[in-house]
Ligand binder design. Structure first.
Ligand code: M6R
Length: 365
């Protein structure tokens, strides 16, 4: 049941501290400073010989795969490609030996994702699933994989499955990193950070009231831009998809610096831009992108780290979230964007849990 929540989507957003705990349960080893997975079904040799990873998925799961690309390349130094399943199934790309496929899917029933998995399997590549629904078609057909253990996700807009997928991607990056160059100390540090995550997400949820206020202010806009860089470029894509799906407002996610190559022409006083501004290597760069938007009269909503004093001077509205290391920031920053989409949709009187034209799982191609 809804357990007092007005919608499943909100309930599932609030379940994230628990679903993340479940995703990590029994999968972090202090002794070896790595992640452990029971069901990959590959020999240590096979795993050590992986020299390329292909991630395939649709929709929100594809965004989780995009975060995975940044994580695995950064922590494990293995080249990663992210493919839309609907493209991969017909594209016939050259795939080298030593390539491992992961299909990411909440439902395990998405037709295109299933077809892409079958195609890669047919070509002899080990093909694994990262899946939520136990015993689903994709979980069953894959050579092995990792369950999310997020519990049932009822809302059509995926929320807790997304953060669990990103958490699993982080653990896989740690795992492959530790098979290669990542030191014991570095592995330990990542584990320590991961363990703090559920509490940090709980703390992030405290922005709910503030987000509801901001949502009311912007709920009448017809267009939104979502901008972020590096680990948070996929966060921008996912924030935009959430808003589109349930509020029917047109929204685009972009890597912040791509703005000036076209989309900046959309900016006017009625087009809010949501900026992802975590502390880290590209903060100053994102800030100058933000200034370009302000200079053209666009309202700015910033998701920034607590303690950031500079941002309040420039952004129209700021949502402050806990400070985390850059590689974990997608898991924190998506929470206010889920809430923003939710409150905007409620404000507009939309059917949050069952948006028009959409089904929970897309079992036709
Ligand atoms: O069950 P799957 O993860 O394979 O579903 C993929 C997409 O259909 C799904 O993520 C869709 O984009 C959601 N409605 C997003 O909220």
């Amino acid at each position: 049941g809804l357990e007092g929540f007005p919608h499943y989507m909100l309930k599932e957003i609030y379940e994230q501290p628990d679903s993340l705990t479940a995703a990590m349960r029994g999968r972090l080893s202090d002794v070896d400073a790595t992640a452990v997975f029971g069901g990959l079904n590959l020999t240590p040799q096979q795993l050590r010989n992986v020299n390329r990873i292909v991630l395939t998925a649709c929709g929100t799961s594809w965004h989780a795969a995009m975060v995975g690309e940044y994580l695995i390349e950064e922590l494990a130094r293995i080249p990663v490609e992210v493919e839309y399943a609907s493209e991969l199934r017909y594209r016939n790309p050259p795939v080298e030996q030593g390539t491992l496929l992961f299909a990411l899917t909440q439902s395990g029933e998405t037709a295109d994702t299933l077809a892409a998995l079958r195609e890669m399997k047919r070509k002899g590549h080990p093909s694994l699933a990262i899946c939520n629904v136990v015993g689903s078609t994709i979980a069953h057909e894959a050579d092995g994989g990792v369950y999310l253990h997020a519990g049932p996700e009822i809302g059509v807009a995926s929320t807790k499955a997304y953060t669990s997928q990103v958490a699993v991607m982080t653990m896989l990056a740690l795992y492959f990193g530790r098979l290669r160059h990542l030191s014991y100390e570095a592995g330990q540090r990542i584990i320590t950070q991961l363990r703090k995550l559920p509490d940090l997400v709980r703390e992030t949820l405290e922005v709910n009231g503030e987000v509801r206020r901001i949502a009311a202010k912007y709920a009448h806009a017809n267009n939104f831009l979502y901008l972020g860089r590096q680990f948070n470029f996929p966060t921008a894509l996912e924030g935009a998809l959430k808003l589109k799906e349930i509020s029917y407002i047109h929204a685009e996610g972009y890597p912040a610096a791509e703005m000036k190559h076209g989309p900046i022409a959309l900016v006017d006083q009625h087009t809010p831009s949501v900026f992802l501004m975590p502390q880290g290597g590209v903060y100053d760069k994102v800030m100058s992108n933000l200034e370009e938007i302000k200079a053209r009269g666009g309202p700015v909503i910033a998701i920034a780290a607590k303690g950031d004093k500079e941002i309040a001077r420039l952004a129209d509205d700021v949502i402050y979230v806990p400070v985390v290391e850059e590689f974990l920031s997608p898991l924190i920053n998506i929470v206010p964007l889920q809430l923003l989409a939710y409150h905007v949709a409620v404000h507009r009187g939309c059917d949050v849990d069952k948006p028009r034209n959409l089904a929970k799982s897309v079992t036709v191609e």
